[in-house]
Design a protein around this ligand. Structure first.
Ligand SMILES: Cc1cc2nc3c(=O)[nH]c(=O)nc-3n(C[C@H](O)[C@H](O)[C@H](O)COP(=O)(O)O)c2cc1C
Length: 211
């Protein structure tokens, strides 16, 4: 079958306003838990889009590590392309695609630095090899080949031999604060259910959107 012919009918149960929690963070936590229970592949993987230096969008997948009232936290090298883009323009968007359960969640908001204690705790929980990699890899910079990366790793391993690997100053968490979030549930004949929460003063306005 060619890519143009691939088509799945979404027979999943519908989504109605009473199914949704008034707090979109609670709703997102619920859907995340359901995606995990349903066995979705890497349910915490989300595509994050930032604004590039040329004003165009730039996207990549990262792993969400927390969902709470402050927003959605992910961790990365702050000297990476995404780090530079966030420093220049904090606006970002993210998408979770839980395809096995025909769900999508889209988020728009503003990114801020995660508190140091959150970045420290998460970094400390990573396997040692990943912590070494965070120091060694100049994420998003061109390198001459795999040999250069291997040499950087070896050099970093020598630097931290027999000691704990601390969090690099250029590595840590970002929190995408939620200004707008849409929950999308696939339905038969492409007549999907969509609900968008937008900030309305201190509360949330919820609109059903046409599919
Ligand atoms: C499933 C998956 C999970 C990923 N998780 C992360 C992550 O949590 N943090 C990260 O920095 N990069 C992660 N990456 C790599 C990024 O997609 C990207 O290649 C890298 O962060 C550099 O992006 P940038 O050049 O736009 O800064 C992940 C990639 C995939 C496919």
């Amino acid at each position: 079958m060619g890519i143009g012919d691939f088509r799945i009918q979404y027979e999943t149960a519908g989504l109605d306003r009473p199914d949704l929690h008034d707090d979109p963070v609670v709703q997102l936590q619920r859907w995340y838990a359901q995606a995990e229970e349903a066995g979705c592949t890497e349910p915490n993987a989300m595509t994050v889009s930032t604004v590039g230096a040329d004003g165009g969008p730039d996207s990549r997948i990262v792993l969400a590590r927390a969902i709470d009232e402050s927003g959605i936290t992910f961790h990365t090298n702050r000297r990476s392309a995404k780090g530079a883009e966030i420093t220049a323009d904090a606006r970002a968007a993210a998408v979770f695609g839980w395809l096995q359960i025909h769900r999508q969640v889209r988020i728009r908001g503003t990114v801020s630095l995660a508190p140091d204690d959150v970045s420290d705790a998460y970094f400390a929980s990573r396997p040692r090899a990943s912590r070494i990699g965070a120091w060694a890899s100049p994420q998003s910079s061109p390198i001459s080949g795999r040999a250069e990366l291997d040499a950087l790793i070896e050099e970093t391993e020598r630097r931290f031999v027999d000691v704990d690997v601390p969090r690099p100053p250029h590595w840590g968490g970002y929190v995408l604060g939620i200004d707008e979030i849409e929950f999308w549930q696939g339905r038969p004949s492409r007549l999907h259910d969509r609900f968008r929460y937008s900030r309305n003063g201190g509360s949330w306005r919820v609109d059903r959107l046409a599919p």
